[in-house]
Design a protein around this ligand. Structure first.
Ligand code: CAA
Length: 389
């Protein structure tokens, strides 16, 4: 009998500070309805000066290591589009901070917000080859746009860590996947830039085309019919995008697009993204965390995933929720990761936004700001120095 493989455990972390959209709207004179209703966002996580993708990733993964130990983790796949080095994988720092075994492979993956789904699918392949091993998949990103640009209201930051293994306790990932790739310039960040470039409307259109393309392939591969899904978890650059995408899918499949049906499929998937903002690779899996934490019992039900990464690549696949999953959830800790953030006013946010590490890599000590378990202490001799607190 084939082994069932999927997500055995999931934990997330976000940043130290939070900026409300009310504060942003007051600064730029935007009607708050545009943020709360138009894009569906209430606040955004803002990293402290001594936080980055590594500190968030280690904070997300530490509870998995505490619960399951390190002995079966033989691979770490770190997905990000906020990479800190052109050569060294950010996961190697996490491997060190968490004291993982030396008998382990560590690698970084990139394709915009889609990267973590590639990591998950590659992890499934590795576990299929050796069902005794577990793969630690980490998605960690900081979404940063120019100040006063249209993208600014969709910023955010978070990391999700998932333990992928055989006989999973949360979600079995199914075959087939529906795949789609198209060469488009909807959103990108050249190596010399800290902030992303984006063509807003083009990016929305590209996302919708990718939904359509991935679904077409999924149907051709004999995937489940639309009616079998209890919920759909979409990549959420802003939560209203999930609604646009699902309406588009229903239309494309010739289903009625009544708002009750859309709300039933998506309603429980947006709570964390609404208050955290875009976390790129982590976003779709924050959607899964919210769904599992908040929905009525989903045991045995199929959940659809649509992972989109600008540029663009998309994948649509299904997972089945495993009996007993509710005993393994981290609902309290997830709420705490959000509630522990310290509010920052617009001026404080702007200062953090404008701050960057010295471009020439010169020696630098970062101020102590984070109250999280790991911090970036500074840079010395072009080397990033991390510490556990
Ligand atoms: N009350 C209620 N709603 C209001 C309103 C008000 N007072 N004022 C405006 N709105 C509505 C608008 O009608 C619009 O709704 P619809 O899209 O349903 O028509 C919505 O608020 C947004 O308004 P605009 O389109 O005028 O907003 P904008 O020009 O400022 O840009 C954006 C919006 C394009 C999403 C911009 O925030 C952006 O560029 N974001 C970054 C790119 C992005 O997230 N793209 C998503 C797809 S790409 C992707 O998914 C990858 C990724 O992670 C980046």
């Amino acid at each position: 009998m084939p082994v069932s493989i999927g997500i055995h455990d999931l934990s997330f972390a976000t940043a130290e500070f939070v900026l409300s959209h009310a504060a942003l709207a007051e600064h730029n004179g935007t009607d708050i309805g545009k943020y709360h209703v138009g894009i569906g966002q209430e606040s955004m996580s803002v990293p402290a000066a001594d936080e980055d993708i590594v500190t968030m990733a280690a904070a997300a993964a530490a509870p998995l290591v505490a619960r399951h130990g390190t002995s079966r983790i033989r691979t770490v796949v770190f997905a990000t589009e906020s990479s800190i080095d052109q050569a060294k994988a950010a996961g190697v720092y996490v491997h060190s901070l968490l004291g993982l075994e030396s008998a382990c492979r560590v690698v970084e993956l990139k394709q915009a917000c889609y990267g973590a789904t590639a990591a998950l699918q590659f992890a499934i392949g590795l576990v299929r080859r050796d069902p005794a091993q577990q793969v630690l998949v980490i998605a960690s990103d900081i979404s940063k746009y120019e100040l006063d640009s249209p993208g600014e209201a969709t910023q955010g930051a978070a990391a999700v860590a998932m333990l992928v293994g055989a006989d999973p306790a949360l979600l079995r990932i199914e075959d087939p996947s529906g795949l789609f790739t198209a060469d488009v310039m909807d959103f990108w960040r050249p190596n010399y830039r800290e902030t992303a470039l984006v063509d807003g409307q083009e990016s929305i259109n590209a996302y919708l085309q990718a939904v359509e393309g991935a679904w077409k392939d999924y149907a051709q591969q004999d995937g489940r019919p639309l009616g079998e899904f209890a919920a759909f978890v979409y990549h959420q650059p802003f939560t209203k995008m999930a609604y646009k995408a699902h309406r588009h899918l229903l239309n494309f499949c010739g289903h009625a697009t009544d708002e009750d049906a859309v709300a039933r499929a998506l309603g429980r998937t947006t709570a964390y993204n609404t208050v955290i903002g875009n976390s790129y690779t982590a976003s779709v899996y924050l959607g899964l965390a919210a769904l599992l934490d908040q929905a009525d019992d989903l045991t045995g039900r199929a959940v659809g995933f649509l992972s989109y990464g600008s540029g663009s690549v998309a994948e649509l696949f299904a997972g089945t929720v495993v009996a007993g999953y509710r005993e393994r959830l981290r609902t309290g800790a997830n709420r705490e990761a959000i509630d522990r953030r310290r509010p920052v006013d617009y001026a404080g946010y702007r200062e953090l936004h404008e701050r960057s590490l010295p471009a020439d890599g010169g020696d630098h000590s970062t101020p102590v700001q984070t109250t999280g378990p790991f911090r970036l202490a500074g840079i010395s001799g072009h080397k990033r120095l991390y510490e556990a607190r």
